[in-house]
Design a protein. Structure first.
Length: 139
C-alpha cells in the first residue's frame, strides 16, 4: 500500500513542480515568452486540439474510478489495479496540464493558461491520500 501511494504521490507532484518551474523560468525572462506568437495557424490547431484533449481528459480522469470495469478491477486486484488506474488518472490530468502551461508561454494565449488552471483545480480531487487510496479499493 505504501509503495503504491508513494508512487502516486510522486506522479501527483511532478506535474505541479514542472508547471511551477516553467512559470518561474518564463516569468523571470530566462526564456522569452511568446516566441511563437506570430504563427497563427499552428496556434489555432494547437488551441483546438488542446481544448478537446483537456475537456476529454478532465472528464475521464474525474469519472474513471466510477466505471464498472475499473471499479471491479480495483476491488478484485486491489493495489496492483490502484497503481495502474491511479497512474493513468494522474497522467490524464498532469500531461495536458504541463503541455498547456508550455503552450501558454509559447504563444502567450490565455486559452492555454485557463485550461492549465482548470486542470490544476482538478488535481485536489485525485490527491492520493491514504484514506482515499483505501476507500477506492473497497467494495
Amino acid at each position: 500500500m505504501k509503495e503504491t501511494r508513494n508512487l502516486l504521490m510522486t506522479l501527483f507532484c511532478i506535474p505541479i513542480g514542472y508547471v511551477a518551474a516553467v512559470a518561474i523560468v518564463f516569468e523571470t525572462n530566462i526564456f522569452e515568452p511568446g516566441y511563437s506568437a506570430g504563427d497563427k495557424n499552428v496556434e489555432f490547431v494547437m488551441t483546438a486540439l488542446m481544448e478537446l484533449v483537456t475537456l476529454g481528459t478532465v472528464f475521464l480522469a474525474l469519472r474513471l474510478f466510477k466505471f464498472n470495469k475499473v471499479h471491479d478491477d480495483l476491488v478484485t486486484r486491489k493495489y496492483a489495479a490502484l497503481k495502474k488506474w491511479g497512474l493513468l488518472r494522474l497522467l490524464m490530468l498532469g500531461l495536458p496540464m504541463m503541455y498547456n502551461t508550455y503552450l501558454y508561454y509559447m504563444f502567450m494565449n490565455t486559452t492555454f493558461g485557463y485550461m492549465a488552471i482548470i486542470q490544476m483545480l482538478c488535481m485536489p480531487f485525485v490527491f492520493p491520500s491514504k484514506s482515499r487510496c483505501e476507500a477506492e479499493i473497497e467494495e
